[in-house]
Design a protein around this ligand. Structure first.
Ligand SMILES: [Zn+2]
Length: 427
């Protein structure tokens, strides 16, 4: 049996129970109580929510009542962020501006108080303890220059564990990061999947360092990247799921590595039908919607993430009463319909292309009839053919008889982070 996730005793204590005393009923009673407190706060202090909730009940007597409340969408965070605030701007310690690559123009803005940031630090501390021990060195391949940035909070959290963080920042030069890896010999590395893959697959990757654990963090972590990193570094890879709107952290895998356990004392998560908004039963796929339970600066009520997942049925092998969210595979608006029943997502392309030895990254552009993929790869004979075959084997590509164009680029390999499919203009 896998060791119990450290999130469980932490959450028990956060809600006023002894560490071993958590039950589902106690957690849900706490969540209902905190949802009411969030609702009261938003109605009292946020001009947006005062208006948004004006025609809805001010009291929730059950979790089912919560489903009657309207969703909050990214539009509000983009267009009226200040009206979502429940504190004065002087109480805000950190503002995160999320540049949206491309279309909509206005970036999202998220505001956090010092207490809100402490909640994140606390979660990182406990989450990291799943696979980090006192004395370990932790190489942090995430931005950490600014106070309150993800790398900064993570470094402080790691220090609380008695481990020592190395603030590296994003990988911009693979050779330089490999040199740091060899010089510092960390036990743990935290980074984004494609960035860590570049360290494993670059021409200079060998001899491989030996690590204990790697945490990959982003919306979707391709299984092929997990396998490539584990095989190269002889380590165990864990996934983290989170987004800035969640306060950077959302959930992390336990040693069983079968879904993320969520920070359920800080977030109330629902899965809803993306089209009707109706709550989905456990086990059914839908859009992840969350409400904040403890946030002060910019609480969110039923925020639509756009990410698609489901609650895994049954208990976790670690014995936790906490729920498990299945790994997120795609965003609702990031899927491309092609046939009556099929659609193509970045995760499908990830699963087809990352198993190919030498593939570092790729970009894709798609229309109903065409798929254009540019692969970044170390020079290798037969790469283009292998990529073409991998793409042609995808059921949607076959069913829609899509024309596939492949380009392999092996010069000037850049290292990127989050990737997106773009839409080709309609002919
Ligand atoms: Zn577990």
């Amino acid at each position: 049996m896998a060791p119990l996730t450290p999130l469980q005793p932490w959450i028990a204590q956060k809600i006023g129970l002894p560490p071993e005393g958590l039950t589902r009923a106690a957690l849900e009673a706490y969540q209902l109580h905190r949802l009411q407190a969030t609702l009261d706060l938003c109605r009292a202090k946020s001009p947006f929510y005062r208006q948004h909730l004006a025609s809805f009940p001010a009291t929730v007597k059950s979790l089912a009542d919560w489903q009657a409340l309207p969703f909050t969408t990214a539009v509000a965070v983009r267009e009226r962020p200040l009206s979502l605030l429940c504190v004065s701007q002087s109480d805000i310690q950190r503002v995160v501006t999320l540049d949206t690559s491309g279309t909509s123009g206005t970036p999202k803005r998220l505001y956090f108080t010092a207490a809100d940031q402490e909640l994140t630090r606390d979660f990182f501390h406990v989450g990291m303890s799943t696979f980090t021990a006192p004395g370990d060195k932790v190489l942090i391949l995430l931005p950490g220059d600014r106070p309150g940035s993800v790398g900064d909070l993570l470094d402080q959290a790691v220090a609380r564990l008695g481990a020592s963080g190395i603030r590296h920042g994003l990988v911009t030069d693979v050779a330089q990061t490999l040199a740091v890896l060899r010089a510092e010999q960390p036990a743990v590395v935290v980074g984004m999947p494609v960035q860590v893959l570049a360290l494993v697959r670059s021409a200079a990757a060998r001899p491989f360092p030996r690590l204990k654990s790697v945490l990959l963090t982003t919306d979707h972590v391709p299984a092929a990247i997990v396998q490539a990193v584990e095989a190269a570094w002889n380590c165990t890879v864990y996934n983290h799921y989170g987004m800035t709107e969640m306060g950077l952290g959302g959930g992390v895998e336990c040693a069983a590595r079968e879904g993320y356990h969520l920070r359920e004392a800080d977030l109330y998560v629902e899965i809803v039908d993306p089209q009707t908004g109706a709550l989905q039963p456990d086990g059914a796929y839908g859009e992840i919607v969350f409400s904040t339970l403890t946030r002060q600066g910019m609480p969110l009520i039923r925020y639509r993430t756009g990410d698609v997942s489901r609650f895994l049925p049954g208990a976790c092998a670690c014995g936790a009463v906490l729920r498990r969210l299945e790994k997120v595979r795609f965003r609702w608006h990031g899927r491309f319909p092609h046939t009556a029943t099929g659609f193509l997502t970045m995760a499908d392309l990830d699963d087809a292309l990352f198993p190919l030895e030498g593939v570092l990254d790729f970009s894709a552009a798609v229309s109903p009839a065409e798929l254009r993929v540019t692969v970044q790869a170390e020079e290798r004979e037969g790469m283009e053919t292998a990529v073409r075959q991998a793409l042609a084997s995808l059921p949607v590509v076959r069913a829609a008889e899509m024309a596939v164009t492949v380009r392999v680029q092996s010069h000037g390999l850049g290292v990127r982070g989050k990737r997106q499919m773009t839409r080709l203009p309609m002919p």
